[in-house]
Design a protein around this ligand. Structure first.
Ligand code: TMP
Length: 222
């Protein structure tokens, strides 16, 4: 892909002793709960774990989150601006937090990462996928997750669960078709990258879902 090759960073491939686990899914899928349980279990097993969230996770990233989330003017934000802000927040997070922690041998558990941009801005907002792939590559380079857990949930259930919680206004006001495209986008991603991206059925009980996440994680962290 020409655009990607022009802007690909020249840094050598990252070989780090740490592990990078990301959580993805639509609104109300239970990411926060499952991340909390997983981190507690990993720590109890003696691992050094660091949690990050997207957008945000750094001072600059939190300011970007604020622009995306709270500004009234953000209701008029164009999809292109939104895409660039998500990538900008991530570029900072990778260099300031994720890479150094992985080099130090930590386990990073991320609440969303580049796949959110592929799926929400690509499948959801229908921006060109080649452009998104090039921007993601520029923002994160070779900093790729070892495991991505997608909590799959019917958006009709998820939006009901998420009601009354902190959500992005612009995101919340999307149509049900938008969230159906997001869900399908994650399923397509898992089909394209089955080794990394694992679909976990989030319609089940918290205990069942947690157990499956733990099995997947154990394969990665050893
Ligand atoms: P959350 O904090 O509840 O996960 O909400 C973050 C919102 O931002 C969610 O609606 C998904 C959206 N989002 C994108 O559209 N693109 C991205 O790259 C990221 C990280 C989040």
């Amino acid at each position: 892909m020409r655009a990607a090759s022009i802007i690909a960073p020249k840094t050598p491939p990252m070989t780090a002793p740490g592990k990078f686990i990301t959580f993805e899914g639509g609104e109300g899928c239970g990411k926060s709960t499952h991340i909390m349980y997983l981190i507690a279990r990993l720590r109890a097993a003696g691992h050094t774990v660091r949690a990050v969230r997207e957008p945000g996770g750094t001072d600059i990233g939190e300011q970007i989150r604020h622009v995306l989330q709270y500004s009234h003017q953000s209701l008029a934000m164009t999809p292109e601006t939104e895409l660039l802000l998500f990538c900008a927040s991530r570029a900072q997070l990778v260099r300031e937090v994720i890479r150094p922690a992985l080099r130090a041998g930590e386990i990073i558990v991320a609440d969303r990462f580049a796949d959110s941009t592929t799926v929400y801005q690509g499948a959801g907002r229908q921006l060109p996928l080649a452009t998104i792939a090039a921007l993601n590559q520029f923002a994160v380079g070779d900093c790729q997750p070892d495991l991505t857990v997608v909590l799959d949930l019917d958006p009709r259930v998820g939006l009901e669960r998420a009601r009354g919680r902190e959500l992005f206004d612009r995101m919340e006001n999307q149509s049900l078709e938008f969230y159906d495209r997001v869900r399908q986008g994650y399923l397509d991603l898992a089909r394209r990258e089955p080794d990394r991206v694992k679909i976990v059925d989030a319609h089940r009980s918290v205990a069942e879902v947690q157990q499956e996440i733990w099995e997947l994680t154990r394969h990665v962290v050893g």
